[in-house]
Design a protein around this ligand. Structure first.
Ligand code: GTP
Length: 597
C-alpha cells in the first residue's frame, strides 16, 4: 500500500478497561470478521487468554477501511500485552506504531497502568488519542475522566472520543479519528531494508513466524535477510499480512506491518526488538533492542517422578513460543529432578504454571519464587544467586544485595492507610505521595522485589477491596541484611521451602512457615519436629504428634464397598505424596505453603 494510506496504531489501557473488546469492535466494523469467526475475544488466540482475559502475546491485524473522505485506508492494529511483566513487549509494539488509542474506563478513570503506558508511548513519540470507554454504564463520567487525563497525564482531550465498545456507540468515530490524528508512516521504501521485530512465535509447520513493522525499504520472497542481534542469515520464504487469518503476499514495504517466514528454527534467533536487514547490508540497527530480563526464578518439579521427561518436553515447547522463559535442570532433595525456570515477573510465572497444567496436563510443584540477588564473597567474587541453595555460607558473604523495584499505586483515599501499612511492613520506602483529586491518591515506593514474591498482590487487593491498581519496574540493587531461612522436617532440610528473607522478617516468617507446615502435613506414625533455622540456629519449632493413620477405622468393618472407596482414595492421595527422609508430605502441603494455589 501507499504509505499515506496506511495507519499503524495500537491500543493501550489499564487491565479491564476494554482494550480487547474495542479491538474486536474495530475489526468487526471494518468487516474483517465474519460472524461465524466471532469468538469472545478475537485477538486473544490462546484459550488461556480468553479465559483469563489477559493478552499474553502481542498480535496484529490488518484491515481495510473506507473512510468518510472516500479513500480506502489500510489500518494495522497492533495488539499489546496488557500486563506489567511485559512492559518491554509493549514498548516494542509502540515503536511499530505512529499512534495509540488510550482506552480509559469512564467509570474508573486513570489507573496505574494507564500512566505507565502513557509514559511508554511518550518515550516512543506516539500520537495519543484518548478513548473514554464504557459510556453505556450509568456511572460513566466522561467530563471527569477527560479532566483527569488532562491534569494527570497532560494529554489534550479536545479530540477525545466517548464510546462503548460493548454497544458499539462511538466506535465508528474511533476509526475516523485514527485516519485524522494518527500520522501516516514516512515513505522510505527506497531506503535499505530495516524491519522491527515486535513478536515471534514457533509454528510446527512453518517454523518461526516473525511479525515485523517494515521501517525502511522492502522485503520480498527470496531475499537473504539477517537478524542483526544474532547475526544469523536466512532466506525469506513467505511474507504476508495477518487479518485474523494470514494472507500471503509477494513483498512488504516501508510502513507496512506483516509476517515473515524464513526457515528460522529457534525464536531466540528472532527476538522481539531486533532489526531485520538484508544479509549483505551494513545499516544501523533500529534503536532500543533489549533482551528481556528475568526477574523471578522458581523450581518446577513433576509431582510424579516418571513425568520428568514430559515436563522437559512441555518446557521445551513453551520456550519455542516464549523466548523470555528459561529453564535448566535442577535437583532437589525433597522433590527430585526438575527444572530451575526464569520468568519476567510473577504474573509471567503464573501464566506458565497454568499453561503447564492446562495445555500440557502436567501436575507440577513450583518452589518459592526467588529474585536474583547479587552476592559479593569475602574473596571478592561477585555471584548472581537465583536459588537459595546456591547461596554461599553466611561467613563467606561480604555484601548481599537485593533488587528493588519502583512501584506506583493508585487508589481511592479511604484505602490509603491500609496500603501504606502493608508497604511499611514490606520494607517499602515512600518516595512520593500525591493527591490526584480530593478522593484519589498516588503513591510511589521503592520496594524490595523479595517482599512482593510472598503474598503481596493478594494482600493489596484485599486491603483495597480491589480498588488499588499498581505498576512496577526494576529500579536498582541495594545492599541488605538478608539471610537464608531453612525449613527442617524431622531434621531433614526441605530444600524446596528454603527462602531468602530479610533478617528482620526471619523470625516471623519462620514461625509462620512451620505453623502452616504443621497444619498441612498429615500426622505420621511417629513424632515429627518441624523447625525453621538460619544456618545451624533453630529459630522456630512446632511438633507434629504421632498418630496411627487408619482411614477405615470409622467403618466398623461393615460396608465393604465403602471401605474400598476409602482405600482407593487413600491410594490416590499417596500418589501425590513426596517422601522427605522418613516423612511423607502431600503435594498440597507445598502448594499451601508456597501460597500459589
Ligand atoms: P485485559 O485484556 O485484561 O487487559 O483487559 P482489556 O482491557 O482487554 O478489557 P476487556 O476488553 O477484556 O474488557 C474488560 C471487561 O469490560 C469485559 O467484561 C468487557 O465485557 C467489559 N467492557 C468492555 N467494554 C465495555 C463497554 O463499553 N461497556 C461495558 N459496560 N462493558 C465493557
Amino acid at each position: 500500500a501507499e504509505p499515506d494510506l496506511i495507519r499503524n496504531f495500537c491500543i493501550i489501557a489499564h487491565i479491564d478497561h476494554g482494550k480487547s473488546t474495542l479491538a474486536d469492535r474495530l475489526l468487526e466494523l471494518t468487516g474483517a470478521v465474519a460472524d461465524r469467526d466471532k469468538q469472545a475475544q478475537i485477538l486473544d488466540s490462546m484459550d488461556l487468554e480468553r479465559e483469563r482475559g489477559i493478552t499474553i502475546k502481542a498480535q496484529t491485524a490488518t484491515v481495510d477501511y473506507k473512510a468518510k473522505d472516500g479513500k480506502i485506508y489500510t489500518l494495522n492494529l497492533i495488539d499489546t500485552p496488557g500486563h506489567v511483566d511485559f512492559t518491554y513487549e509493549v514498548s516494542r509494539s509502540l515503536t511499530a506504531c505512529e499512534g495509540a488509542l488510550l482506552v480509559v474506563d469512564a467509570t474508573q478513570g486513570v489507573e496505574a497502568q494507564t500512566v505507565a503506558n502513557v509514559y511508554l508511548a511518550g518515550d516512543n513519540n506516539v500520537e495519543i488519542i484518548p478513548v473514554i470507554n464504557k459510556a453505556d454504564l450509568p456511572s460513566a463520567d466522561y467530563d471527569r475522566v477527560c479532566f483527569q487525563i488532562e491534569e494527570e497525564l497532560a494529554i489534550d482531550t479536545s479530540n477525545a472520543i466517548k464510546c462503548s465498545a460493548k454497544t458499539g456507540m462511538g466506535v465508528a468515530d474511533v476509526l475516523e479519528a485514527i485516519i485524522h490524528y494518527v500520522p501516516a508512516p514516512e515513505d522510505t521504501r527506497s531506503k535499505d531494508l530495516r524491519a522491527l521485530i515486535f513478536d515471534s512465535w514457533f509454528d510446527p509447520y512453518q517454523g518461526v513466524i516473525v511479525l515485523v513493522r517494515v521501517v525502511d525499504g522492502i522485503v520480498k520472497i527470496g531475499d537473504q535477510i539477517k537478524m542483526m542481534h544474532s547475526g544469523k542469515t536466512f532466506e525469506v520464504q513467505k511474507v504476508g499480512i495477518m487479518c485474523v487469518k494470514a494472507y500471503q503476499r509477494d513483498s512488504l514495504s516501508a510502513g507496512e506491518v506483516g509476517y515473515i517466514i524464513a526457515n528460522v528454527k529457534d525464536v531466540k534467533d528472532s527476538r522481539v526488538g531486533d532489526t531485520i536487514c538484508m544479509a549483505n547490508s551494513n545499516v544501523e540497527p533500529l534503536p532500543g533492542f533489549k533482551k528481556a530480563k528475568q526477574m523471578v526464578f522458581a523450581g518446577i518439579f513433576p509431582v510424579e517422578t516418571n513425568q520428568f521427561e514430559n515436563l522437559k518436553d512441555a518446557l521445551a515447547k513453551l520456550t519455542l513460543n516464549d523466548s523470555s522463559l528459561s529453564y535448566e535442570p535442577e535437583t532437589s532433595v525433597a522433590l527430585g529432578f526438575g527444572f530451575r525456570c526464569g520468568f519476567l515477573g510473577l504474573l509471567h510465572m503464573e501464566i506458565i504454571q497454568e499453561r503447564l497444567e492446562r495445555e500440557y496436563n502436567m501436575n507440577v510443584i513450583f518452589t518459592a519464587p526467588t529474585c536474583v540477588y547479587i552476592v559479593e564473597t569475602t574473596k571478592g567474587e561477585e555471584l548472581r544467586v537465583d536459588n537459595p541453595s546456591n547461596l554461599p555460607p553466611p561467613a563467606n558473604i561480604a555484601k548481599f544485595s537485593e533488587p528493588v523495584v519502583k512501584a506506583t499505586f493508585h487508589m481511592p483515599q479511604e484505602h490509603l492507610g491500609g496500603v501504606m501499612a502493608l508497604l511499611a511492613e514490606r520494607r517499602g520506602l515512600q518516595t512520593k505521595m500525591e493527591y490526584l483529586s480530593q478522593s484519589r491518591v498516588m503513591l510511589q515506593y521503592e520496594l524490595p522485589l523479595n517482599e512482593m514474591v510472598f503474598d503481596f498482590f493478594d494482600r493489596i487487593k484485599s486491603i483495597s477491596r480491589g480498588y488499588a491498581s499498581m505498576d512496577y519496574e526494576f529500579h536498582d540493587y541495594k545492599e541488605s541484611d538478608l539471610v537464608r531461612l531453612d525449613i527442617l522436617v524431622n531434621g531433614e532440610p526441605l530444600d524446596a521451602l528454603s527462602c531468602i528473607v530479610h533478617r528482620s522478617n526471619s523470625y516471623e516468617r519462620g514461625r509462620l512457615l512451620v505453623k502452616k507446615l504443621r497444619e498441612v502435613i498429615p500426622r505420621q506414625q511417629f513424632e515429627v519436629p518441624l523447625q525453621a533455622a538460619i544456618g545451624s540456629k533453630v529459630i522456630a519449632r512446632e511438633t507434629l504428634s504421632a498418630m496411627r493413620k487408619d482411614v477405615t477405622a470409622k467403618c466398623y468393618g461393615g460396608d465393604i464397598s465403602r471401605k474400598r472407596k476409602l482405600l482407593d482414595k487413600q491410594k490416590e492421595g499417596k500418589k501425590r505424596m513426596k517422601q522427605v527422609g522418613s516423612v511423607e508430605i502431600p503435594q498440597e502441603a507445598f502448594m499451601a505453603i508456597l501460597n500459589l494455589s
